[in-house]
Design a protein around this ligand. Structure first.
Ligand code: CAO
Length: 253
C-alpha cells in the first residue's frame, strides 16, 4: 500500500515528510500499548536529566550458587530474583535511589517500601509489573512472584494493581542483552538498573589472565536527585550484596 504520510510536525517536534516520495511504504497501526509506552518514555526522556553508569560484575561464584540452589530446591531459579534481592539490599543503603522528587521541587519523598518493577517482553510490547514489598520475600518467594507476574503480563492478564506503586525498576534483557544498554528511568521513580548478557571473559586476577563469568550492568538515574558518586557507591554496594548471595548461609532461600 502506498499512502501519504505528509502532515504537520508531530508532538515530538521532529518534522515529517511524505516518505512515499522515495519508495513504497506500509502504514501499520500504532497500538494503544505502544502509545502508552511512547508517552511514558517521552515524558521521562524530555523531563528527567538522566545519566547512565556502566559496570561489569564477576558472577562466577554466584552462578555456581544459583545452580546449587536450583538443584537443592528442585526448581529453576533464574538470575533475576538474585538481582532483585541484591537491588533491595543496596537500596536500603542508598535511600535516594528509592525515592521520587516532589513536584514542587522542594522535597524528596523517600519511600520506606521496596516495590520493584521489572520489564517483561510481551507480544503486545514492554510491560512493567511490580513485585510489592520485595524486601519481605526470600529468593523462592521472589522467583514465584516474578514467574506469576511475567506470565500474567504475557497472557494479557496483568491488572492495574500489578503494575502500580513501583519504587525502583530492574530491566534484564538476559541472553538478548548484548554488551549493554542505557535504560530509561521509569519516572517518577529515580533509578533503573539494566542487566545485559553474562558471558565468559578473560580478565586479570592477581596478575594472571583467568576466565570469569562477567555480567554487564547499567544504572540510569535522575541527576537532579542522584550524583555520579552516589550512583557509583550504589553499584559498589549492589556488587557486594551479589557477592553475599554467592556465599552459603548468607540469605534465606
Ligand atoms: N545473561 C545470560 N543469561 C541470562 C541472563 C543474563 N543476564 N539472565 C537470564 N539468563 C538466562 C537464564 O538463566 C535462563 O537460562 P537457562 O534457561 O539456561 O536457565 C534464560 O536466560 C532465560 O531466562 P528467562 O528470561 O526465562 O528468565 P529471567 O528470570 O532471567 O527473566 C524476564 C524474566 C521476564 C525479565 C524476561 O523473560 C524478559 O521478558 N526479559 C525482557 C525484558 C525487556 O524487554 N527489557 C527491556 C526493557 S527496555 O525496552
Amino acid at each position: 500500500m502506498t499512502e501519504s504520510l505528509a502532515g504537520p510536525p508531530r508532538a515530538s517536534g521532529v518534522a515529517t515528510y511524505d516518505y512515499s516520495l522515495f519508495g513504497d511504504v506500509e502504514v501499520a497501526p500504532f497500538s494503544k500499548i505502544r502509545k502508552a509506552i511512547a508517552e511514558r518514555t517521552s515524558a521521562s526522556w524530555s523531563s528527567v536529566p538522566q545519566v547512565t553508569q556502566y559496570d561489569m560484575i564477576d558472577i562466577t561464584a554466584l552462578e555456581k550458587r544459583r545452580a546449587a540452589l536450583s538443584a537443592e530446591k528442585k526448581t529453576k531459579l533464574t538470575l533475576l530474583p538474585l538481582i532483585m534481592k541484591a537491588s533491595v539490599e543496596a537500596l536500603k543503603d542508598h535511600p535516594p535511589l528509592n525515592a521520587s522528587l516532589d513536584p514542587s521541587g522542594d522535597a524528596l519523598i523517600l519511600k520506606k517500601y521496596y516495590n520493584i518493577g521489572f520489564a517483561v517482553d510481551t507480544p503486545i510490547g514492554l510491560l512493567v509489573p511490580v513485585v510489592h514489598n520485595a524486601d519481605r520475600l526470600d529468593l523462592t518467594g521472589l522467583s514465584s512472584w516474578l514467574l506469576e507476574l511475567a506470565e500474567k503480563a504475557r497472557s494479557g492478564r496483568l491488572a492495574f494493581a500489578d503494575a502500580e506503586g513501583g519504587s525502583f525498576t530492574v530491566t534484564s534483557l538476559g541472553r538478548l542483552g548484548g554488551y549493554g544498554f542505557s535504560p530509561i528511568v521509569n519516572a517518577p521513580e529515580v533509578a533503573v538498573l539494566g542487566i545485559g548478557r553474562a558471558e565468559d571473559q578473560a580478565v586479570v586476577r592477581n596478575g594472571e589472565i583467568v576466565v570469569r563469568l562477567m555480567l554487564p550492568v547499567s544504572l540510569t538515574y535522575d541527576h537532579r536527585v542522584v550524583d555520579g558518586a552516589q550512583g557509583g557507591r550504589f553499584l559498589e554496594t549492589f556488587q557486594d550484596r551479589l557477592s553475599d548471595l554467592a556465599k552459603e548461609d548468607t540469605v534465606e532461600v
